[in-house]
Design a protein around this ligand. Structure first.
Ligand code: UDP
Length: 329
């Protein structure tokens, strides 16, 4: 049973995954505190007590932790674009690794030991086994994935000497929006496939590029495991409750264990929106593994995670509803 007064601090709680998790935490009766720089994306709606702060502002973060004394920190704040990480590697190491170290250091000073980390399937690079289990070798092929491996190593080593208790959630391709229509993806310049395709359907972007049609997959385009953001939010709550009651460290894949190609996503977006938009096949984008599908046996067994939104069509429908609402103002 969850302690209804448990105080939870979310970095990046106004961002895409953080805002959905904050809403679900609030529904479950948790007290939510948010630290967010409101860059590069933001939700217009916040669930919880909000502090506008960048994690680089170490002293101010420390002040908030001292004042609020949360029992656990959920660390969402990070840069998330694979192509951008290739263009601007230092920016990614500085924010995703450097600022995480600052946060961990502030937590140590205040004596907060429980931590949920937003990791990524990008840690696997091009996996040898599909679906990929958590035990697979970590061999990222882009700086974004490297930053996630680095933080996981820091957490593993700190946990070994009991400096921290943590769950690292390795997200596969997160998509979808709050089915109640309050929250959704808020990126100013989205790079992700589903959102870009929907913006093309809406006429905000002139055409969709398919990056590479010569991959070793049945239709030549990359395959990904798309997971609904609400199922991911639920995984955070289960992970948190597990950590707080058992104090055992975990590394878990968050995906459905099935994949869709870029072409399959494009045809589902056309079907859901009813718009036959323009698609251009171009060359491969650097840093993209051909296939990423989660082996989710562990999260289902240990956390009893039972996804409720496992349908590509529903993921796209919820995101489409959200996109359409953004024009209403
Ligand atoms: N993709 C694409 N066109 C786009 C955006 C993405 O063909 O406009 C492809 C991309 O190359 C990858 C897949 O869609 O194979 C998923 O990319 P996304 O950026 O959504 O997520 P990632 O897997 O990089 O985290």
């Amino acid at each position: 049973m969850a302690n209804l007064k448990t105080k939870v601090l979310l970095t990046g709680g106004a961002g895409y995954i953080g805002s959905h998790t904050a809403k679900l935490l609030t529904k479950h009766g948790y007290e939510v505190i948010i630290i967010d720089s409101l860059f590069p994306s933001q939700s217009k709606k916040f669930y919880g007590n909000f502090y506008k702060l960048d994690l680089a502002e170490e002293e101010k973060v420390l002040e908030v932790l001292r004042k609020e004394k949360p029992e656990i920190v959920l660390h969402f704040a990070a840069f998330i674009s694979v192509p951008e990480s290739i263009e601007k590697p230092f920016l990614y190491y500085e924010n995703n690794v450097g600022n995480t170290i600052k946060l961990l250091s502030a937590m140590k000073k205040v004596g907060i030991k429980n931590f949920i980390f937003s990791s990524s399937a990008a840690v696997y690079g091009i996996p040898d086994i599909i679906p990929v289990p958590e035990t697979a070798e970590l061999k990222p092929i882009n700086p974004y994935g490297e930053t996630k491996v680095m933080v996981e190593k820091i957490l593993r080593d700190m946990a070994r000497v009991k400096e921290i208790n943590y769950v690292s959630l390795r997200y596969f391709n997160v998509a979808g929006a709050d089915p109640e229509g309050e929250l959704g993806p808020t990126y100013k310049q989205p790079t992700h496939l589903i959102i870009r395709a929907l913006k093309v359907a809406k006429g905000e972007i002139p055409y969709l590029e398919i990056y590479g049609t010569d991959y070793p997959t049945p239709d030549g385009t990359c395959i990904r495991d798309y997971i609904h953001v609400m199922d991911l939010a639920e995984a955070h709550i289960l992970a948190m409750e597990y950590l707080l009651s058992k104090r055992e460290n975990l590394v878990l894949n968050c995906g459905y264990g099935r994949g869709f190609s870029v072409r399959e996503v494009v045809s589902t977006v056309k079907k859901v929106t009813g718009v036959d938009f323009k698609v251009i096949e171009t060359s491969r984008r650097p840093g993209d593994p051909p296939i990423l599908i989660a082996d989710n046996t562990k999260i289902k067994e240990i956390l009893k995670w039972r996804p409720k939104y496992n349908s590509l069509e529903d993921i796209i429908k919820d995101t489409w509803q959200w996109e359409l609402k953004q024009n209403e103002n």
